[in-house]
Every structure is written in structure tokens, then in C-alpha cells.
Design a protein around this ligand. Structure first.
Ligand code: ATP
Ligand code: MG
Length: 264
């Protein structure tokens, strides 16, 4: 069964792209079939996957606005082991142009329908805004992963994201779930980080992944080499944390499937 995951948080720089790329690589390393979709005009997931955003022939822009099939626009990346639907600055215009389209919230969902059987997980890297691109991701997705830094303002931003998810669930995508909250760039020596982490656990309980992503310079360096951390330095604490996250997610999904099997 395939699952579409939106990696979203309207707050900038919280680790959405790092999570998207490294989770895609970690799942691919466990032989899952993965499509990574870059839905951010910054094109960071594209560059971080080793694809030059200035040399794209087809990208998520053409898929959203020109009806180009995903099969034509996706690229198979041999090194990282996943497929990529790339993006660049063209997407900035897409956000506005979509406003004038009929069924503007459904563009990505419709585009993904024919290819979904090709994948175990589709991972969508969202831009740092609650705009039409993020709405397309949330409408197409089965669930949302929310990366968050354990900082003072982190909780504030979460409430507007959660109310957007709630609205989309009511109006456009009744099955949309919160997959999980992921603590990123965590420094256990920082008292505030520990306090905020405790608050997240108190508020969101089981929804908070047990796996914590540490602050790790390898995760920050890897994109400049166009590589996920797993290929750049597979022994690094960052690479192993994302492998552990993939393992935690797979176990959760498998136990949910097992439970469903027993109930049937
Ligand atoms: P944006 O909102 O701009 O899309 P983002 O939420 O996608 O940002 P990232 O680009 O993943 O965030 O991360 C922001 C910066 O922090 C990047 O320079 C990235 O390399 C660095 N970074 C992310 N996670 C870690 C980590 N665990 N340890 C160290 N650096 C990190
Ligand atoms: Mg990003």
C-alpha cells in the first residue's frame, strides 16, 4: 500500500528539506520505492539530491500547471535510489497562477493518481508558507510530518499549521492524518530545547516520534555535495538518526497494517 507524506511547517529553516531528502534516502536504502517531490521554489531538495535546478527540462511546475504527466517529469536517481520530481524558481509563479485555475487545490492529487502504484512512499517537501503549493500537498497527502525545532516560538507556529490541517480535512481531504512531529536539530545540552521537547511530548504524546534528529554538521554539509547524509557520511549521527526514523515509521505502519488485518 502506498502512502503520501507531506513534510510541512510554514516556519522556515526547521529541517523540512533535510528530513525529506534524508528520509527518502533512508527508505530507499531499505529497498522501498520512493518518489521525492520538491514543491518549494527554492529547489533545495532538488539540489540536495544532486540535480541542478538551473538545468531542469520538466519540473513540478509543468506537472501542476501544464498537465505534464509525472511519468514524463520525474527523474530516476541512480546514486540515491529514489525518483525525484524536481523544482526551481518557476514554482514561484505557480503559486499565483494556480489561484486562477479550476480545481486548483487538486492539481497535485490528480497528477499523482496514475503513478501512486509505482511507490511505497511519496514524500513531498513543502515550502515555508501555507500557500497554494502547501495546500496542494496537504490535499494529495495521506498524512503530514511536521519537523520542528525545540525553540521558544516553535509551539506558536504549530497551532496555525494544525488549524490549516483541520480545515483541509473538513473541506477537501477527510482522510488527512498527522503522521508525526519530528524534533530536529536537537541539542540535549540546551535546557530550553529539553523543556520544549517535554512540552511537545505532553501536548502531542504518541504523535511525537521517539527518534530525535540531533544537530549534526554532516547533515548541513551533505547538500553542498548534492548528497543525502547517508551517502556523504553514513556513520554520522545525522545519517543514523534518519535511518532510525525510517525504521520507526516502517514499524508503525507495519503494526497498523497488522492491527487492521486482525480486525478484518
Ligand atoms: P525552508 O523553510 O527554507 O525550506 P527547511 O525547513 O527546509 O527550510 P532545511 O533547509 O532542512 O530547513 O534546514 C535549514 C538549515 O539547517 C539548512 O542549512 C540545513 O542544512 C541545516 N540543518 C537542518 N537540519 C540540521 C541538523 N539536524 N543539524 C545541523 N544542521 C541542520
Ligand atoms: Mg526547505
Amino acid at each position: 500500500m502506498s502512502k503520501i507524506l507531506a513534510i510541512a511547517n510554514q516556519k522556515g529553516g526547521v529541517g523540512k528539506t533535510t528530513t525529506s531528502v534524508n528520509l527518502a534516502a533512508s527508505f530507499a536504502a531499505t529497498r522501498r520505492r520512493i518518489l521525492l517531490i520538491d514543491l518549494d521554489p527554492q529547489g533545495n531538495a532538488t539540489m540536495g539530491s544532486g540535480v541542478d535546478k538551473r538545468e531542469l527540462e520538466l519540473s513540478s511546475y509543468e506537472v501542476l500547471l501544464e498537465g505534464t504527466p509525472v511519468t514524463a517529469a520525474r527523474q530516476s536517481l541512480q546514486d540515491t535510489g529514489y525518483d525525484l520530481l524536481a523544482a526551481n524558481d518557476d514554482l514561484t509563479a505557480a503559486d499565483m497562477a494556480l489561484l486562477e485555475e479550476d480545481g486548483r487545490e487538486l492539481k497535485l492529487k490528480s497528477a499523482l493518481a496514475p503513478v501512486i502504484v509505482d511507490y511505497d512512499y511519496v514524500i513531498i517537501d513543502c515550502p515555508p508558507a501555507l500557500n497554494m503549493l502547501t495546500i496542494n500537498a496537504l490535499v494529495a497527502a495521506n498524512s503530514v510530518i511536521i519537523p520542528t525545532q525545540c525553540e521558544y516560538y516553535a509551539l506558536e507556529g504549530l497551532s496555525s499549521l494544525l488549524s490549516t490541517v483541520e480545515k483541509i480535512r473538513k473541506l477537501l481531504n477527510p482522510g488527512l492524518q498527522i503522521e508525526g512531529l519530528l524534533r530536529t536539530m536537537f541539542d540535549p545540552r540546551n535546557n530550553l530545547a529539553n523543556q520544549v521537547s517535554a512540552q511537545l511530548l505532553e501536548h502531542f504524546g504518541e504523535k511525537v516520534y521517539r527518534t530525535v534528529i540531533p544537530r549534526n554538521v554532516r547533515l548541513a554539509e551533505a547538500p553542498s555535495h548534492g548528497l543525502p547524509a547517508l551517502l556523504y557520511d553514513k556513520a554520522s549521527s545525522g545519517a543514523t538518526a534518519y535511518l532510525a526514523l525510517a525504521g520507526e515509521m516502517l514499524r508503525r505502519d507495519e503494526s497498523a497494517l497488522g492491527l487492521r488485518g486482525k480486525l478484518q
